[in-house]
Design a protein. Sequence first.
Length: 62
Amino acid sequence: MKHISSHADYRHEDYFFARTQSRALRDLEWEHSDKPLHSWSEILYPALGLAATALAVLEVIH
């Protein structure tokens, strides 16, 4: 009688891209970002404030 197995032979390379394994590419200058990403609230709230101010000015002028 044969046994059914769920084992599969996977190599480490099957899970990682070549770029992540290359220390030369990882150490390049463009890999290290100095500026963090900004949240939407940092952009959206000032933009909404400017739009509201512009509408208020247009309402006063009109």
